[in-house]
Design a protein around this ligand. Structure first.
Ligand SMILES: [Zn+2]
Length: 426
C-alpha cells in the first residue's frame, strides 16, 4: 500500500488553522475542501444533498449571510457558494467499483470562539500559522481532523486499485454546540454504511495513546431561553413593567439548584445570561444559554423538564412570556466490540501506539451518527487519539502534536484494510 507524506497533513492542518470558522459558517473551509477533493479524483456532494434543512439546529441566518460575504471576499467562487446553498460541510465519495462494504468516516471542521494566544511559546504563533481571525480559533483540534480527512482521501485515491467497496468521507459542520450531526443523519447519507469511524484528537491523552472505547460520553441538550416582559419608567411607574431580568435571575437561581440524579452523572450550566437596556428602565427582555448533560437520555430529559418548570414558574411570577429553543443535542453511545478489536489489531502492529482507558465526561454529536449506523445494522466506533496538547480544549494555548495527524490516518487506513481482510465481512 502506498503511504501519504506526513508533511502534507501538517501543511493542510496549518492552512485550516489560519482561517477558523464557527459552526454553520465554514464556507471558506468547505470551499477549500471541495475543489481539493475533486482534484484528487473523488466525487463530492454538498449542501442540501447531505444536510436535511428541517433538522438544522443552532444556525444564525444573519451570521451565515456575513460568513458567505466573507467567503466571497476570500475568493470562494459563486458556483461553489451556489452548490453549498447556504449549508456548509461536504461529503467525498470514492467507489472502488468492486463489490464490498460501505465505509463512512466523519471529520468535523468548525472552530470555537477563543482568542488564540500570541505568546512566544505558542507554536502556531512561533511558526506563523496562528489564527488570522480575531476571537476565533481552532482550539479543539478540528483543523487536525479536517487534515486527517484529506489524508484519508489521498490515501484512498493512491490505493484505489487495491480496495473493494465504497467510501464516504463526511466533513461535518457545526460539531461545537452539537448541531451538525442530526441534519446529516436525517439526510440519510449514513443509512447504507456498514462500518463507521470517527475520531477526536487530544482529550488530554499523550501522543501515541489511543482511547478505543471512551466511557461516559454524556447525553446533552443545549437550550436558548428568551423572556419577554414590558418596559416601564423605573422611577415614575415601575409597577407597570414586567421585569424580564428579575424573571431570568429567578429561573437561573432555581436551575442551578437542580437536584442531581441518583442514577448517574448529571450536569447543568447557564453559560450566558443577558438582560436589560438601561439603568432607569424596567428590563423588558432577557436571554439565557443553557446546557444540561446526563449519563443517560433519561437523566438529560429529567434536567430539561426541570429547567422548563423553572422557566415557566419564573415567567408566571413576573408576568413574562417565555420561549425555549433547542439549539443542539447529542446522545450517549456504545462502540461495537468488533470495531474496537479491529483498531486494537492496528495498535498492536505499531510499538509507538498503545491503547488506554479513561473517562471523558464530554459530549459529541458523532454519537448521533454512531447510533444511526447501528440502527441500520452497521458497526461503528468513535475513538480518541492523544496529541500531547499543551493546554486544555477550548483554551487560548491549545495545540496538538502534529505527529498525531499521521497516527489518525494510520488508524483509519489500516482499520479499513483490517476489515476488508477479515473473512466474515460481506
Ligand atoms: Zn472538538
Amino acid at each position: 500500500m502506498k503511504s501519504i507524506d506526513a508533511q502534507k497533513l501538517v501543511e493542510w492542518r496549518r492552512t485550516f488553522h489560519q482561517f477558523p470558522e464557527p459552526g454553520w459558517e465554514e464556507f471558506v473551509t468547505t470551499g477549500t475542501l471541495i475543489p481539493l477533493l475533486r482534484e484528487m479524483g473523488l466525487e463530492v456532494k454538498a449542501g442540501p444533498a447531505i444536510i436535511c434543512r428541517e433538522s438544522i439546529l443552532g444556525r444564525n441566518v444573519k451570521q451565515v449571510e456575513a460568513a458567505i460575504a466573507t467567503a466571497r471576499q476570500h475568493g470562494i467562487s459563486q458556483d461553489l457558494l451556489d452548490e453549498m446553498d447556504g449549508l456548509t460541510g461536504c461529503m467525498a465519495i470514492l467507489d472502488s467499483g468492486r463489490p464490498g462494504p460501505t465505509f463512512g468516516f466523519r471529520f468535523d471542521i468548525d472552530c470555537v470562539y477563543v482568542q488564540e494566544s500570541c505568546e512566544a511559546s505558542h507554536l502556531p504563533h512561533q511558526q506563523g500559522f496562528q489564527s488570522r481571525r480575531s476571537g476565533l480559533m481552532h482550539a479543539c483540534g478540528h483543523d487536525g481532523h479536517t487534515a486527517i480527512g484529506l489524508g484519508v482521501a489521498a490515501w484512498l485515491i493512491a490505493n484505489r486499485d487495491a480496495l473493494r467497496g465504497k467510501f464516504k468521507l463526511i466533513f461535518q459542520p457545526a460539531e461545537e454546540g452539537v448541531r451538525g450531526a442530526r441534519p446529516i443523519c436525517d439526510s440519510g447519507v449514513l443509512d447504507d454504511v456498514d462500518y463507521f469511524m470517527a475520531l477526536h484528537l487530544g482529550c488530554n491523552l499523550k501522543k501515541g495513546q489511543v482511547l478505543l472505547d471512551p466511557q461516559d460520553f454524556l447525553c446533552t441538550t443545549k437550550l436558548d431561553i428568551h423572556f419577554q416582559g414590558e418596559p416601564a419608567h423605573a422611577g415614575s411607574d415601575p409597577e407597570k413593567g414586567h421585569n424580564a431580568l428579575a424573571g431570568a435571575c429567578l429561573a437561573a437561581s432555581q436551575i442551578l439548584a437542580a437536584p442531581r440524579h441518583s442514577a448517574g452523572m448529571s450536569r447543568v450550566n447557564i453559560g450566558v445570561l443577558r438582560a436589560g437596556e438601561g439603568r432607569n428602565v424596567i428590563p423588558a427582555s432577557a436571554e439565557m444559554q443553557i446546557e444540561v448533560r446526563g449519563q443517560s437520555a433519561a437523566i438529560a430529559e429529567y434536567l430539561v423538564d426541570y429547567v422548563d418548570r423553572c422557566v415557566q414558574g419564573a415567567a408566571l411570577i413576573h408576568q413574562l412570556s417565555a420561549s425555549t429553543v433547542k439549539t443542539g443535542e447529542a446522545v450517549d453511545f456504545r462502540n461495537d466490540r468488533q470495531m474496537i478489536d479491529v483498531l486494537q489489531q492496528v495498535i498492536d502492529r505499531h510499538p509507538e501506539l498503545s491503547s488506554v482507558s479513561a473517562s471523558t465526561a464530554g459530549s459529541e454529536d458523532a454519537s448521533l451518527m454512531v447510533r444511526r449506523v447501528q440502527e441500520h445494522g452497521g458497526k461503528a466506533i468513535y475513538f480518541i487519539v492523544g496529541a500531547d496538547q499543551p493546554a486544555g480544549h477550548h483554551k487560548a494555548k491549545f495545540d496538538i502534536a502534529e505527529e498525531a495527524l499521521s497516527i489518525g490516518l494510520t488508524l483509519f487506513s489500516e482499520g479499513l484494510q483490517t476489515i476488508l481482510a477479515a473473512p466474515d465481512q460481506h
